[in-house]
Design a protein around this ligand. Structure first.
Ligand code: GLN
Length: 232
């Protein structure tokens, strides 16, 4: 299958800010685990990528309308999404967690959210999880476009908490983003590269072949270590 992609260029959509998976570094370049992984796989398999940094919900819409051939965006492999997308082999295990402002001493559990508003990123597992427990705990869910905006909403005091993927929350907290994590991880899905169902199967096969090669030669682990052991 890998030969079918050789020399071709594929448009791949991603999120705007989802560090350490995709984010702009000090020089304005889009970097992160997803970006390094995709570039390394493309090189390994002999294809090129044209990255479109659109935002999470917008990336999924761009894929569905065939403006791009793939999405890599810390995108969780869920049963619901598998109805419309085909996913690569999983490349990172994740799950949802709750964070509040660093100086908040009153909200420590889901029950403490009673009567309050929480911010989530539209179209994400964090949104789905928040909606699944909001009635039982009596809180309101506000969906916004990206991770930076939901974190700002908490810091501004408009929302009291966010639900987001734990590696992303942990990375942000390690960078002193003004939040702290207060609940255990919810069991979550793994991340995968997505294409539209039954389309671009050669690209998907090349991604899986490249991922397997990078796992075998140690480059996959090097990419993880670069962003997770010593955050920039
Ligand atoms: N992993 C989450 C999901 O797929 C969030 C992805 C993201 O915000 N980029 O829903």
């Amino acid at each position: 299958a890998a030969t079918d992609v050789k020399g071709k260029t594929f448009a791949v959509a991603t999120d705007t800010t989802f560090a350490p998976f995709e984010f702009r570094n000090g020089g304005g370049d889009l970097v992160g685990i997803d970006m390094d992984l995709l570039h390394a796989i493309a090189e390994n398999q002999g294809f090129s990528v044209d990255i479109k940094s659109l935002g999470f919900d917008a990336a999924l819409q761009a894929l569905q309308s065939n403006q791009v051939q793939g999405v890599i965006a810390g995108m969780s492999i869920t049963d619901k999404r598998k109805l419309i997308f085909d996913f690569s082999d999983p490349y990172f295990d994740s799950g949802v967690q709750m964070a509040v402002a660093k100086d908040n001493e009153t909200v420590k559990t889901y029950a403490d959210l009673k009567g309050k508003t929480v911010a989530v990123k539209r179209g994400t597992e964090g949104e789905t999880f928040a909606n699944s427990i909001k009635d039982a705990n009596g809180f309101t869910v506000k969906a916004l476009a990206d991770s930076a905006t939901i974190y700002d909403d908490v810091k501004a005091g408009n929302s009291v908490a966010v639900f987001d993927d734990y590696p992303v929350l942990a990375y942000g907290v390690s960078q002193n983003n003004g939040l702290k994590i207060v609940t255990p991880k919810e069991a979550g899905s793994s991340y995968g590269f997505a294409v539209n169902k039954a389309q671009n199967s050669d690209l998907l096969a090349a991604f899986d072949a490249g991922l397997a090669n990078l796992k075998a030669n140690g480059d996959y682990q090097k990419i993880l270590d670069k962003y997770l052991s010593a955050p920039e």
